[in-house]
Design a protein around this ligand. Structure first.
Ligand SMILES: Cc1cc2nc3c(=O)[nH]c(=O)nc-3n(C[C@H](O)[C@H](O)[C@H](O)COP(=O)(O)OP(=O)(O)OC[C@H]3O[C@@H](n4cnc5c(N)ncnc54)[C@H](O)[C@@H]3O)c2cc1C
Length: 378
């Protein structure tokens, strides 16, 4: 008889875990307290973003995750845009980081350093004034989060017979038994993928962990004229400091840090870096800011949105710049540099959490590693 597993949480981490378990022969049931996923996994950019990851295991994990997204999109007909990314440089220190990054990243990468006129050919909305050049990478892929997450659940149900129980809040877990009020479920293995609200189940498991919650503000612009295309997702210079992948650029990053700290202190203060991607509807999704703490006020700060827009319009302009939506999302993150939390609080119970700002980029790869035994939990 097949072994059975319950996955708590139908965000990207839970769904990727359900996929990996089903492929390795488990009968899987996913439960989520909401009627559909409403957490970080549907509030993000949908950027599957290998360029942000450092060389080695993390970049391999990102590339593996991208390959899984690609094959699921192909098989299920899910919308995606494999148009890559374009990082823009408007000052000497940004350009130096891009040059060093490309020099050190090796020839087998898909990266290309572009002159300002080559950038303009790739993306007509980029602001030409003051542009020094850019870095194009073909590796990045965009999915449309609310659509992608619901399609992914349907795909798992259809292809791997994963069962879903929505509107089902897990209250406690004991010896393979998950209590959800009126219903109880039992399985050989239970995986808890509860995202930023991790304290609602086995809170004692997290007490010793240096874990925090990050709140991010996002907006959507548009709709854009029919058929108008952004092309590669765009990033300004602040993103070069945000992503660990650019540490490869070495000491030039320190020069950029000094420049940014003196020119944009408030952006540093609110953890703002600015990116833009286009989704299936044609609208542009833009963000974001990073505020860290145990709890957050539920409201968006208007001045943060203004700062994001001001920085954005310094490097790109669009046919429609009206804001069609704004929201915030939260994710959990470790503060000691680890990139995920995989815990075994009791026999048969595994916690997978704290993928920070990279859940869409890392989950499929990480889940395969966990189920494949890398973390010693199975
Ligand atoms: C604004 C924003 C932008 C981001 N951009 C990107 C990006 O472009 N690329 C990228 O790679 N990453 C990005 N991220 C990070 C990424 O979204 C997260 O890492 C990822 O979504 C976390 O997934 P999760 O499954 O852990 O959490 P969630 O998506 O929050 O899912 C957790 C689920 O668990 C359920 N749950 C919790 N407790 C229980 C319980 N007791 N019983 C039943 N169900 C329960 C919740 O209902 C929820 O559906 C971004 C995040 C944010 C917030």
């Amino acid at each position: 008889m097949n072994r059975s597993a319950i996955v708590i949480g139908a965000g990207i981490v839970g769904l990727a875990t359900a996929r990996a378990l089903a492929i390795s022969g488990y009968e899987v049931m996913v439960i989520d307290r909401s009627a559909f996923a409403t957490g970080a996994s549907v509030r993000n950019f949908g950027m599957v973003w290998p360029i942000g990851q450092p060389e080695g295991l993390l970049r391999e994990r990102a590339l593996r995750t991208r390959a899984v997204w690609e094959s699921i999109c192909k098989e299920s007909g899910m919308w995606n845009d494999p148009s890559g990314s374009l990082h823009l440089a408007y000052c000497e220190s940004e350009m130096e980081v891009l040059e060093n990054f490309i020099r050190k990243s090796g020839k087998e990468r898909s990266y290309r350093l572009l002159t300002s006129s080559e950038v303009m050919k790739k993306s007509s909305c980029v602001v030409h004034h003051g542009l020094r050049g850019g870095l194009y990478s073909a590796d990045e892929l965009i999915v449309d989060p609310p659509n992608a997450i619901s399609r992914l659940a349907a795909f798992l149900q259809e292809k791997y017979s994963v069962r879903f129980s929505w509107n089902t809040h897990a209250h406690s877990i004991e010896q393979g038994r998950v209590s959800c009020g009126k219903v109880n479920y039992e399985a050989d293995e239970v995986f808890i993928c509860s995202g930023a609200d991790f304290r609602n189940l086995l809170p004692e498991s997290f007490i010793q962990e240096p874990i925090t919650i990050c709140k991010l503000q996002m907006m959507r612009l548009g709709p854009q004229p029919a058929g108008w295309q952004l092309g590669p997702s765009l990033c300004g210079g602040l993103s070069l400091l945000h992503y660990a992948g650019f540490r490869l650029a070495g000491s030039s990053l320190e020069g950029l840090r000094e420049y940014i700290v003196s020119k944009y202190p408030d952006y540093v203060r609110w953890g703002i870096h600015v990116m833009v991607a286009q989704h299936a509807s044609g609208e542009l999704v833009i963000g974001d800011s990073h505020e860290y703490g145990d709890s957050h006020d539920p409201f968006d700060k208007a001045f943060i949105n203004r700062m994001i827009l001001e920085y954005l319009f310094g490097f790109a302009r669009f046919p429609s710049e009206s804001i069609s939506a704004s929201w915030n999302g939260q994710y959990s993150k470790l503060t000691d540099g680890r990139t995920e939390l995989v815990l075994r609080p009791a026999p048969g119970v595994t916690i997978i959490n704290a993928l920070g700002g990279a859940g869409m980029t890392m989950s499929f790869g990480l889940a395969e590693e966990v189920v494949g035994g890398r973390y010693g939990v199975l």
